[in-house]
Design a protein around this ligand. Structure first.
Ligand code: AMP
Length: 222
């Protein structure tokens, strides 16, 4: 099973992907997390990625595609994968189609999350994340705070705010999404694999509600 998470920053891709990994056992692979780990470790890839991420721009396609191509060869994703944050350009989507075709695999579902822009900005500036790679729980200091301020409920790690989660960078991340990533909605609609879900406080529909519905539908298909 191959699931792709699509959607602007702050729509809840990581949250839904993490919940689905727990429910369905498919591996969540986030290109953003791979870049952040490299930035933290000070690798060459990290230095390169940081120069784009800190400005709200995309890391170049050739670099990103190579990372995902290598990741798709690893044994832990053979049963199923939830790609969280990839592809983000038409060139990446085409490359992914080729990589999968060579393996005799195909995309089963592209889950396109939508959220009103004002909610996105609010949500991103209030977002805090657990930096423990085994946990990665996402909190919101207003809507979904941890029990003890600044501490992850699940693993006790100190929560952090992502460097690119500030109002200035968010605006350019949203613009980048509109220009470079949103054409993928049409791309995958044409492939007949798109499923669009609104995640919004306004309609009282959160990431966990979407994840529950997807879990139910996938289990019913089997
Ligand atoms: P995310 O954690 O998915 O919000 O990603 C954080 C940042 O990493 C993005 O704003 C991009 O700068 C970069 N990034 C993540 N995935 C990709 C991708 N597929 N292509 C290019 N850049 C990416």
């Amino acid at each position: 099973m191959i699931i792709i998470m699509l959607g602007a920053p702050g729509t809840g891709k990581g949250t839904v992907a993490g919940l689905l990994e727990g429910k369905l056992g498919y591996k969540q692979v986030s290109t953003g997390d791979i870049f952040r780990k490299n930035i933290q470790e000070g690798t060459e890839l990290g230095k390169l990625a940081d120069s784009y991420i800190s400005k709200g721009n995309l890391v170049p396609d050739d670099v990103t595609i190579k990372i995902v191509q290598d990741r798709l060869n690893q044994p832990d994703v053979q049963n199923g994968i939830i790609l969280d944050g990839f592809p983000r350009t038409v060139a990446q989507a085409e490359a992914l189609d080729n990589i999968l075709a060579n393996k005799g695999k195909k995309i089963d579902m592209v889950l396109n999350l939508t959220t009103p822009e004002e909610e996105i900005i609010e949500r991103i500036v209030s977002r805090r994340v657990c930096p423990n790679p085994q946990c990665k729980t996402v909190y919101n200091v207003v809507m979904n705070p941890p029990k003890k301020e600044g501490i992850c409920d699940k693993c006790g790690n100190e929560l952090v705010q992502r460097k690119d989660d500030n109002e200035e960078t968010i605006k350019s991340r949203i613009a980048t999404y509109m220009e470079q990533t949103s054409p993928l909605v049409e791309y995958y609609k044409n492939q007949g694999v798109l499923r669009t879900e609104e995640v919004s406080q306004k309609i009282n529909r959160l990431g966990k509600d979407v994840a529950n519905d997807i879990e139910r539908d996938i289990k019913n298909q089997k």
